[in-house]
Design a protein. Structure first.
Length: 217
């Protein structure tokens, strides 16, 4: 087995920051620490926007074009006819899209959600009617349940790869390196562009600020 570099630092940081922030958001909501819940939600908003941008301009393995494939590729991979590749496989690629979509739904509904007594409403809840805010609050809860289900599926898949296929996906997301067969055709991962990284971060922060203040409405 040969070690191949596959995950750049920004992609790995996004992964572990999202894991931490989802856990913290759950804790803060359960303990009615809504100010911290709000801040955690905005942090999630910022890193999700960054990941979308990085999926367009980042290194090869981080780009959506690298791992988001059509039904034929997904079907071939499921039937184990597709070649092993570095990074997300075609099935895992769509799980990334599902995760990002759920996080967008989670943050979006949370911004406008209205609590029954109005004490724990989202920062932009005053912009919608009460019934609309309540419906968004319920959607916020449903989105989190779907997120929990997706996380369970993700953990099961990681354990399956670790035990059945002897592939340590967690280790790869920590170190950036993935072990594969020596004869695997590998596209070299180019270095992270400081300019692109800085621009992506600046845009993500600016968009998050605009969203939190309702400047886009």
């Amino acid at each position: 087995m040969v070690r191949h570099f596959v995950w750049d630092v920004p992609t790995r940081l996004f992964h572990w920051l999202l894991v931490s922030l989802i856990g913290f958001s759950w804790w803060s909501a359960e303990n009615h620490e809504m100010e911290w819940h709000y801040r955690s939600g905005l942090a999630i908003c910022a890193i999700v926007i960054f990941r979308v941008i990085w999926g367009l301009v980042g290194t090869q393995s981080a780009r959506f074009a690298h791992f988001v494939k059509g039904p034929a590729a997904v079907s071939a991979y499921v039937r184990s006819q597709a070649p092993v590749r570095l990074g997300h496989n075609p099935l895992g690629g769509w799980s990334v899209i599902a995760l990002i979509g759920l996080m967008v739904l989670q943050v979006g509904t949370g911004l406008f959600a209205v609590d029954v007594d109005g004490l724990e409403s989202g920062p932009l809840s005053m912009l919608v009617e009460f019934d609309t805010g309540r419906a968004l609050a319920e959607a916020h809860e449903v989105a989190f349940k779907l997120l929990q289900l997706l996380v369970i599926v993700h953990v099961v898949a990681v354990l399956f790869y670790l035990t059945a296929k002897r592939r340590n996906l967690i280790g790869a997301m920590v170190t950036g390196y993935q072990k594969e067969e020596p004869d695997l055709a590998v596209e070299p991962i180019r270095r992270v562009s400081v300019l692109r990284l800085g621009s992506a971060l600046a845009i993500a922060l600016a968009c998050t600020y605009a969203i939190s203040k309702g400047l886009w409405l």
